[in-house]
Design a protein around this ligand. Structure first.
Ligand code: FAD
Ligand code: N01
Length: 532
């Protein structure tokens, strides 16, 4: 790359968001460049190569809707596609729309400074190269910065230690090995059953048990696929009207769990449990709002755990006691069954925390565990981690780190006052991780594209959210969150998984009202923004 290369738009990240943003920017006739630190496209699906990685959004929905021919031609094999299948799809998209020439791979953005004299962003990459652009679009991902816990002695371990989101491309041979997995979130729940099948011994270090529902993955039903493809635009439009931007919500039983008798409630839960997937959470319309309904649902799931897991002490350790649906919903592929295997041991590190990694394994407060491989399924510095890793400086040299010292603040999850012409795709304060993310990404990319077109056509030099708009928006995001049960436990939505991270609910609940608000802002001539 040449020094101080000039672009109209620079996009950071070549995941689902960055690829689509590049496609749209080119449509506008803008000179655009994507900067990506990985060696290929895919983002999440490039990095998370742990065995068992797959998505939990139905296959016909977790895909781009912007090109009719693409969605007609692409064939998904299963209800929940695996990481290699999604990566292959994104590679296909990059090739099909000739996106690769617009992407600088193996290049990390380290700093971005707003130059007030020229209204341009100046970027510095890992190798010291400088680039400049009028618009800077962060497609850096909500779940892209791994959370690597600072455990004493990590460097002393004799074997490999890998985070699930930084898994080796060539894979890891677990055969005959003693493996330790730390973490039982979505990644842990996926990787644990697969490692258990291969390893000599698997020790699972659990800090919090997990609410999880059987996925019941299966090959796609050709008749259902044909029905969707007969009117894919209509299907997409319908999905966008749903609270989570996915059709799982369409199957909600629109009555309270408390409005039916105990036997009928159990029958409905059982029906949904057998159906599998996240539609279980829609067995009734108030599971995530009404504490009584939530308790009844939790009791049902705990009864299932006790039914599946044969050793009563292990079953009790696996039974969560915090609000169901408070952390991100998880669906699994034989998770609880795995703990019936003779080569699997569950260790409760909430009672006896991990003290150190030793050359031969892991030491907790009450025992030593001999291990050959350690897998960190410890999640992400979510929503703000990747953004704050970059030294972003806006008007007056103010850093984003200073601006967000007490937690992320912005307007619509799209723009931060003081940082003109900088947009965040699925930023905090937008539905993002509480929705089907492809739907949210497309909505943001389309909004940003229209906004840039508007600015260019009217010959404005910059757009910047106002402090007043930010204040009102942050208050709104908090009010909506406080109205749900999602704030009642420690989760990464609140930043609670990262030591020292300010606590605050980051995403916005509810996709359709958010879209309405975004459209209203545009209809009112970009209300809440200053166009210069
Ligand atoms: P990402 O895919 O995270 O891409 C961001 C890119 O930015 C990365 O490639 C990264 O390398 C790059 N980048 C970051 N910082 C820099 C920098 N400083 N310089 C250069 N490059 C940088 N969502 C769902 O809706 N449904 C699912 O079923 C689902 N399953 C998931 C499963 C897993 C294992 C994980 C981790 C997440 C899952 N998600 C799911 C969320 C998922 O992250 C999104 O669906 C989507 O892939 C995000 O795309 P993105 O382009 O916004 O971000
Ligand atoms: O991360 P997590 P994840 N010592 O934060 C534990 C998406 N995703 O990678 O709960 C010991 O959920 C932590 O314990 P606790 C999805 O959005 C989707 O699993 O904090 N343990 C927890 O058990 C998901 O929500 C899929 O007490 C430590 C685990 O590690 C998001 O990504 C698949 C620890 C981390 O769980 C993140 O999921 C994968 C420490 N220091 C990911 N630090 C799909 O299926 C953390 N833990 C769609």
């Amino acid at each position: 790359m040449k020094s101080a290369e000039q672009f109209d738009v620079i996009i950071v990240g070549a995941g689902i968001a960055g690829l689509y943003m590049l496609y749209r920017a080119r449509e506008l006739g803008l000179l655009a460049r994507v900067i990506e630190m990985a060696s290929d496209v895919g983002g999440t699906w490039y990095w998370n190569r742990y065995p068992g990685a797959r998505c939990d959004t139905d296959t016909m929905e977790y895909s781009y809707s912007f090109d009719e021919q693409l969605q007609q031609e692409w064939e998904w094999p299963e209800r929940y596609p695996s990481q290699p299948e999604i990566l292959e799809y994104l590679q296909h998209v990059a090739d099909r729309f000739n996106l690769r020439p617009g992407i600088a791979f193996n290049t990390r953005v380290d700093a971005a400074n707003f130059d007030e004299a020229s209204n341009h962003w100046r970027l510095r990459t890992g190798d010291g190269t400088e680039l400049s652009a009028r618009f800077l679009i962060m497609a850096t991902g909500c779940l892209s910065e791994p959370n690597i816990p600072a455990i004493e002695g990590m460097d002393s371990f004799n074997g490999p230690i890998h985070h699930t989101a930084r898994f080796p491309h060539e894979g890891l041979d677990f055969n005959g090995r003693r493996v330790g997995v730390i973490g039982t979130g979505s990644s842990g729940v996926q990787v644990i059953p697969v490692i258990a099948e291969r390893a000599a011994q698997l020790t699972v270090f659990q800090r919090s048990p997990q609410w999880t529902i059987p996925a019941r993955n299966r090959p796609v039903d050709p008749a259902a696929v044909a029905a969707v493809k007969a009117d894919y635009p209509g299907f997409r439009a319908h999905v966008r009207t749903q609270p989570g931007g996915d059709s799982a919500s369409t199957t909600v039983n629109d009555f309270s769990a408390m409005s039916v008798g105990a036997e009928e409630r159990k029958r409905i839960f059982e029906e949904r449990w057998q159906l599998g997937g996240s539609s279980f959470y829609n067995s009734f319309n108030d599971i995530k709002r009404n504490p009584e309904s939530n308790d009844a649902t939790a009791d049902f799931v705990r009864s299932k755990i006790r039914e599946i897991v044969k050793d009563p002490a292990t079953a009790e350790l696996l039974c969560p006691d915090y609000t169901l649906g408070c952390k991100r919903g998880v669906i699994d592929h034989g998770y609880f069954e795995t703990f019936n295997r003779s080569n699997v041991l569950l260790v409760d590190i909430s009672a006896a925390p991990i003290e150190a990694v030793t050359p031969d394994g892991l030491r907790t407060a009450d025992a030593d565990y001999a291990l050959d491989i350690i897998v960190l399924a410890t999640g992400f510095d979510a929503m703000t981690g990747a953004l704050l890793k970059i030294d972003i400086r806006g008007r007056g040299g103010q850093t984003l780190r200073e601006k967000w010292a007490d937690g992320p603040v912005n307007y619509l999850g799209l723009q931060v006052p003081g940082f003109p012409n900088l947009f965040t795709i699925t930023g905090p304060g937008s539905p993002s991780v509480l929705s089907n993310m492809v739907v949210s990404i497309e909505q943001h990319v389309d909004w940003i594209t229209d906004c840039i077109r508007y600015i260019v056509e009217r010959k404005h030099s910059s757009i910047e959210a106002t402090e007043a708009a930010q204040e009102a928006w942050v208050a709104h995001v908090n009010a909506v969150a406080n109205d749900s049960l999602a704030v009642s436990c420690n989760s990464w939505y609140l930043g609670a998984n990262i030591p020292g991270k300010p606590r605050g609910f980051m995403p916005l609940v509810g996709f359709p009202p958010y879209v309405e608000k975004c459209e209203e802002v545009v209809a009112k001539g970009y209300e809440g923004f200053v166009l210069t």
